[in-house]
Each structure stands twice: as C-alpha cells, then as structure tokens.
Design a protein around this ligand. Sequence first.
Ligand code: GRF
Length: 210
Amino acid sequence: MSGDFLLPREGSLEDPIRVAVIVSGGGSGLAALLQYQATPRTHRTALVLSDKADAGGLQHGIDAGLPSLGIPLPTKTGAKERRVAHEQLINAALEEHNIELVVLSGYMRILTPWFVSRWKGRLVNIHPSLLPDFPGAHAHRDVLAAGVDVTGCTVHLVDEGVDSGPILAQIQVDVHEGDDESALQERVKRVEHVLYPKTLDILCSGQISL
Ligand code: GRF
C-alpha cells in the first residue's frame, strides 16, 4: 500500500509498546482497553490525553494511576494557528512520555497534516461504521437515515484524510428496527470494546504489513 506509514516496532509482554490514548468524551473505549491491559499484553497505556479538561475519560486514566492530562485548545491567535499550537502541546506530551503509538478513542478533532506526518503508521483510530461508508462525526445518524440493515465499526491507521486511512479490522453489527442513535451507538460500542484491543494486539506484535 503506502510506503510512508512507519509501523510500531514489535512489542513483547516484557517490553510492551508505550501507548497514549486520546479521548474527548466519556472514554468507555479507554476503560475497556485499560481493563484488557490489566493482563500483560504487547501494548500498555502510559499516558491519557484529552482536548477537554473535563472529559469523563480522563478519570479512567487517573483511576488507573496514569498521567492523564487535559490539553485544551490555546485561546490565542487565529483558528489555524490555534490548531497547530494545540497539536504541538499534544506532541510535546507524547514525546515527554516516550510514546510509541497514539490510539484515538472518541477523539473528536481532525488532526492536521503536520501531526499526522509525525505519527503516520503509529496513529490509529476507531470509527463507528463500516468504512468507507459513513465517515464523519455523525455515523450513527447517517446510518439510520440511509436505512441500511447492517453497520459496524472499523479500526484504521490515520492518514491526512477524514476516516480514510488503511483499514486494519472491521466487525459488522445489525441495525434493529426502531433503533435510535443512542441504542445503535451502545450496540456498536460493545463490539468496539472487543475489536480495538484485539487489533492493537495484532498491530503491536508485528503482524501487519502494508
Ligand atoms: C466511539 O463510538 C468511537 O467509535 C467514536 O466515539 C465513541 C467514543 O465513545 N469515535 P467513548 O468516549 O469511548 O465512550
């Protein structure tokens, strides 16, 4: 596929890949990952970050005894400068904690090419649809509006596009009659909480080649 994805080294149980998880919301996916990593794996969360100082997800990191930092957008300057300044702060925290893999878990901001180019191949996301169908911030709403019977979730490497990088794993989830956004989201999340940790196992044990 693309030569410019630099994948993580092969982790081991003795020397797991150091992961940072970045969240914007409640962090149920982070909680599931931390629970999975309670048993030694080839990946271990070493840092939790959020763009929201009051994100519920930060508490999961704090409860696990991990450095857990809210890094809000700086208030100064114009919109573009603010985005880059924000990502520079995030990047500095990642470097300070010797992070090897960035796991986006409900992170609601689109990353700039500046950040993506630094982490490409070591930057993963989970999206609540069967990509390439229904990218964007309102996947469940769009799935219901389209009237499809099957949706799902996708783990992918992040590239410069929106929900467009190489797909690592997907699982289908049925849409039920009468589903609303929240019912569908909860059903998909239950599957995400299994798929994401398992996909990190594959990525962090050198089993992916692009
Ligand atoms: C998940 O459904 C994820 O796929 C999407 O945002 C949701 C995050 O949920 N990008 P939570 O914060 O982990 O509970």
